[in-house]
Ligand binder design. Structure first.
Ligand SMILES: [Zn+2]
Length: 746
């Protein structure tokens, strides 16, 4: 089983992008690259200078912009002033950059998130090398980090060993002689499984941990990849079967094509039991609390008890199970039509039936192929290259693997990220950043409170509850109070054994939460991560240190720019607490309805209008392939609400005498010809500057939920009256929406 939480210690497997249940804090600002670990020449480059307190320019990068962001926080050289802002605000603010930038060959998309991630990567490498310098003992965190990194980096040793290190694991697969054996082995970490399991708080009782399960086990990113019959999907499936054939050949199969066909048939049947990604966001249908007896009854002929006992959770009284077919009245309550419901596969009962009927030989081929895919980054080149060719190039359009040291950095911090993060914040996170962020967050809260008061579509009864939720937001900034020390993790000189040990450690660490008091100081991202999240169960917004850098957060920028950039980001995360799903959680973090039926209906109607807007954005295949507005609704509400909160906060900051009006003398100055309001919106447009390769864009559209960057810019601003005023946008401009069609939710 895999652990699905966005974790400080997740397993470094990224081949299958499983749908996380709504209870987990998955509301990221932007997805990390989902391509599996990538390959490159083993030679490493000298690292940049460390510890100078500045942001060193990473070496060997095509930089999208200078390190300083203009004189007041915005890079004016990126503009294309031939374009009217009202026709295409993204191209106006970022057009020259878009035209001149080349996506590096080892990337499937490139933008400011990626630029900062490169910087984090450089810094983490320096930290790892510094920690390893003194040859610390293997039982210290420093020693473990150094040894893990060194083993991963040693491609010669990995190639020389061939598939020998995989042998003990293949022997366990070969030893399968019953369905009980299947249940036991698929419950072990490091092996593929149709079930993902992990411990997290109970959505309806957020003071208690519970073991939760959801469907998993697909090699392609999503059920749709197996079921759609357009040309692209058919082609991708054919290439996937080729990959399975190649890998099973290397695993010693005499007729690998036949075995690959069996695996594909099994995965296709498994995909049919999965649920549509959009509907899976809905906690009202994914929250299913079953007693142990109910769960075993649902498993029918499949010996599920063997799996749970293997994990040590077989004595638990209750479990949360995501995909249980909902009754008609549950669907009605969740606002899901009968037509939409046809996209809900058979769920756990159907999966258990399939698992029981599948021949043991098919299971073995499936487990071997996935073992090679999942661990390809620590297996010989010949395996790694094949896996990258499919997951990197075919699915994401990325021509080249990343250099080995970069992958080694990712793998090491995927395993011991908090130990690295402790040093990272000491070196790179000045205390004044935290103080400035505290103030910004406080201002955003005030702004949201004022916005709430003025809402015309919401009744006072529901407003009281919304204010209560706003008051109970817990912001976390920079880094956790305590860092993980990885005491029981054992690291050796075998890269594969290390990956398996790390996965096991992470699972055991997660399982050890069961029965303990819920620890709300925990973080689900490391400080060196360039991202942010909202966690509904803790009602918290979390900003790791690494995102608090220019151009997102820039202490030397004009305030308007900071409000449009990091202010919009803070607002986005707060907005998740009030998005189509987040709004179902009460201030306590419990999934429970605090809305009046009328307000809920009005809220749904506003959401539907936003869905309809985003559904018209079709960037691929001559307008045939579009954004899925329903899948992206939470993110788009976050963006829209976030930017309107940030705008309000900016206005409040200008109103220095607090009389509720920004008077003539309080107006922001005009700088380089730009008003304060213009600089605010430019700050937002700048942070989302980004380019995707077509294939990466295709995967993003299909698996979402974040809208492609041009719509995070254009799709949001065109709903805000203040943007029209700032840039004199008029009827006839391409982005113009008549006032009655502009959506304002928060
Ligand atoms: Zn988000």
């Amino acid at each position: 089983m895999k652990r699905l939480l966005l974790g400080a210690a997740v397993i470094a497997l990224t081949t299958a992008c499983a749908t996380a249940p709504a209870s987990t804090p998955t509301a990221e600002l932007a997805p990390a690259e989902m391509a599996p670990a990538e390959m490159a020449p083993a030679e490493t480059k000298p690292a940049a200078e460390a510890g100078d307190g500045k942001y060193p320019t990473p070496e060997g990068l095509v930089l999208s912009a200078p390190d300083t962001w203009g004189d007041w926080g915005v890079d004016l050289t990126a503009f294309n002033t031939d374009i009217r802002p009202g026709n295409d605000f993204n191209t106006y603010a970022n057009g020259t950059w878009i035209e001149t930038i080349e996506i590096p060959a080892d990337r499937s998309r490139y933008g400011n998130f990626d630029l900062l991630r490169e910087k984090s990567e450089q810094r983490v490498r320096l930290i790892i090398e510094d920690l390893a310098k003194e040859s610390p003992a293997l039982d210290t965190p420093e020693g473990k980090i150094g040894a893990f990194y060194a083993a991963y980096l040693d491609l010669d040793a990995i190639n020389a060993a061939g598939l020998e290190p995989a042998k003990p694991y293949f022997e366990q697969i070969d030893a399968i002689s019953s369905i009980e054996d299947v249940s036991r082995l698929t419950a072990k970490v490091g092996f593929a499984s149709p079930i993902s399991g992990f411990v997290f708080v109970d959505d309806k009782d957020p003071e208690t941990y519970i073991f939760q399960m959801s469907l998993s086990g697909l090699g392609l990113p999503d059920r749709d990849y197996y079921l759609k019959d357009d040309e692209k999907s058919v082609e991708q499936r054919a290439k996937y079967v080729e990959l399975l054939t190649t890998l099973l050949g290397k695993a010693g199969y005499a007729d690998p094509a036949a075995a690959a066909a069996d695996v594909m048939a099994f995965e296709t049947a498994l995909a049919k039991t999965h649920w549509d990604r959009t509907l899976s966001r809905n906690p009202e249908i994914t929250y299913n609390k079953l007693s142990r007896e109910e769960f075993y009854a649902m498993a029918g002929p499949f010996p599920a008890a063997v799996a749970l006992d293997t994990l040590g959770v077989g004595t638990q009284e209750h479990f949360l199970v995501a995909q249980v077919p909902p009754a008609p009245e549950e669907l009605a309550e969740a606002g899901i039509s009968a037509e939409e419901a046809t996209k809900l596969g058979g769920g756990f009962p159907a999966m258990f039936e399939l698992a029981s009927e599948t021949p043991l030989d098919t299971w073995k081929a499936y487990l071997k192929a996935h073992f090679l895919i999942d661990h390809s980054d620590v297996l010989p080149d010949e395996i790694d290259r094949e896996v990258f060719a499919f997951y990197g190039t075919t699915l994401r359009g990325q021509p080249q693997q990343r250099e080995r040291w970069k992958r080694a950095v990712s793998a090491t911090e995927g395993v011991m990220g908090e130990a690295i993060g402790k040093v990272f914040v000491e070196r790179y996170f000045p205390p004044e950043n935290k103080a400035a962020m505290d103030e910004l967050v406080a201002n955003l809260r005030k702004a949201m409170a004022v916005n709430l008061e003025e809402l015309t579509w919401m009744s006072d009864t529901t407003k009281v509850k919304a204010e209560e939720k706003l008051d109970s937001f817990n912001p976390k900034i920079g880094y956790p109070e305590k860092f993980e020390t990885y005491d029981t993790l054992v690291v050796t000189s075998s890269a594969l054994d290390n990956a398996m040990a790390a996965a096991k450690w992470a699972m055991e660490d997660n399982l050890s939460d069961l029965g303990t008091e819920v620890d709300k100081t925990k973080w689900f991202m490391t400080p060196q991560t360039v991202n942010a999240y909202y966690n509904p169960a803790f009602n918290e917004i979390v900003f790791p240190a690494a995102i608090l850098q220019p151009p997102f957060f820039n202490l030397s920028a004009d305030p308007a720019v900071n409000y449009g950039a990091i202010g919009g980001v803070i607002g986005h995360e707060m907005g998740h607490g009030f998005d189509d799903q987040g709004a179902k959680y009460a201030p306590s973090g419990a999934l429970s309805n605090w809305w009046t039926p009328e307000d809920q209906a009005a809220f749904r109607e506003l959401g539907d209008a936003l869905v309809a807007q985003y559904n018209t954005y079709c960037p691929l295949d001559d307008g045939e392939t579009c954004v899925n507005g329903r899948l992206g609704l939470g993110e788009n509400i976050g963006d829209l609400g976030g930017l309107s909160m940030a705008y309000r906060a900016y206005q409040l900051s200008l109103d220095t005498d607090g009389d509720g009006v920004v008077s003539e003398s309080e107006q922001a100055p005009v700088i380089d010809g730009f008003t304060g309001d213009q600089r605010f919106f430019l700050g937002w447009a700048q942070i989302w500057r980004s380019l995707h390769r077509d294939e990466a864009l295709r995967q993003q559209l299909q698996t979402g939920p974040h809208s492609p960057p041009q719509y995070r810019i254009n799709g949001v601003v065109r709903n805000l009256d203040e943007w029209y005023a700032a840039f004199d946008v008029k009827e006839g401009d391409a982005l113009y929406l008549p006032p009655e069609q502009r959506v304002r939710i928060w």
